[in-house]
Design a binder for this molecule. Sequence first.
Ligand SMILES: [Zn+2]
Length: 384
Amino acid sequence: MQARPGALQVGSFRGVPIRVHFTLLLVLPLLAFSFGAAFQQAASAAEVPPETLGGHPLLWGLGVAVGLFVSVLLHEMAHTLYALRHGGEVHGITLMIVGGVSELAETPKRPRDEALMALVGPLTSLGLAVVLGLMTWLMHGLGAFQWQFACFTLAMLNLVLGLFNLLPAFPMDGGRIVRAALTPRLGVVKATRVAAGLGRVFAVLFGVWGVVSFNPFTLVIAFFVLMGAEAESKQVRMRVALERVKVEAMMTPRVVGVDLDLSMLDAQWALRRERVAALPVTNAGRPVGRVTWAAVQALPEPERGGRMVRDAMEDGVVVALHEDGWTALRRMAEARVPLVAVVDEEGLLAGTLDWNDLQRGMNRAEQEAERDGTRAGWQRERPA
Ligand SMILES: [Zn+2]
């Protein structure tokens, strides 16, 4: 849904921004260095005589880091292509060691689609491993040791990437497959809880392994798996709760906004009266934008009376009464606004919805779900 924090944009693919997550930026130099340090062992694992390899070990390490980067990129592109082909919306590709598919504007509703979309990533990595394995063998036959070593190393990276992401736990792709498999029986919330719980178990295992083997690499991954598992289960809980509640039941009813033809001084009084940071701007009862406290503050006080709201307003976001809370939240996140205007069937202002309204609605929905006590209850809500 939202862009992951801690990611840097590096390019785009079919209009989808590609970002690099800081964990990958952290892991790449580590990998370059440790590969350079273990160069001799790596060469003998590839059955390549080390003396035939030109170039500084650290240079090879750098090459491996770049290779991992490209491998992760191809893996993520596979997820993205699958999602785009199957009518999904993708807001960004974030390159990281694990996961990466959660930046969809909308996760596939059908468990089967989610499972397949998760599967194409690891399959791409494993496919690359096979191709590179064959090339290793070919280069060996040709006596091209440098290339043999390069292909072997990349084949191993892709093999690890593919297998690691198949681990049946969040936030790995395998976790999505597990969730999709369990959803028909348990409902999406319980299924997510199971996959996220498994993620925590793996995180602890990686952590222990990292400490025992003094491997900072594994510790970074352990930490990342833990964070990813938490984030995923929180997002799903939010989605499921908000999907159950209509905007109408959560909004703050409000039929009067700030009229287009009022001054910013009037807007200031309206915002103070309502004790809010933003209000919809209306034209004959229809929302046409929003006016914010920040915009009022940006004007020197004596100028506020002479400046019209129509000249100082910002673009607004609108949801309909009958839409659900998750749709509203997504629209807010996409437009990066803290408030949406709610309209009735005629397009007239009926209320506003902000983060507090959503939070309250979510809590109420969760309490109701606890009371019904049921997975079956969740499940009935899910289209098959
Ligand atoms: Zn993946």
